[in-house]
Design a protein around this ligand. Structure first.
Ligand code: FES
Length: 112
């Protein structure tokens, strides 16, 4: 899930161990609500916190079969790319992230 540094600067989000494996947490950074998912012992993924179906808080969801499952209507969004595994039409924005020294960091997006 971690990706190589791009041209962006890195922004610290939160310690990985503040999130249970397979769960997510809400936080705000770069002027937007984010969903930080703990994928395993050492991996994370970062998405917009708004579900593209009806705006559900993805940070209240859980990981299942390689997807982040929305808590409202259980649509699954692939951790790899944010595409809805059921419809492939809907997609949640995913941000480049990494875990360094136990802290989840995201690459500053170049534009919204
Ligand atoms: S709001 Fe997320 S599945 Fe409906």
């Amino acid at each position: 899930m971690n990706e190589s540094p791009g041209p962006s600067r890195w922004i610290s989000l939160c310690p990985l161990d503040e999130i249970s494996i397979g769960r997510a947490r809400y936080l705000e950074a770069v002027d937007r609500p984010l969903c930080v998912v703990r994928v395993g012992e050492t991996d994370a993924a970062v998405f917009d916190d708004s579900c593209p179906h009806a705006g559900g808080p993805l940070s209240g969801g859980h990981v299942e079969d390689g997807c982040l499952v929305c808590p409202l209507h259980q649509w699954p969004f692939r951790l790899a790319d944010g595409i809805c595994a059921d419809t492939s039409v809907f997609r949640v924005r995913k941000y480049t992230c990494r875990v360094r020294d136990g802290v989840v960091e995201m690459a500053a997006p170049e534009s919204r």
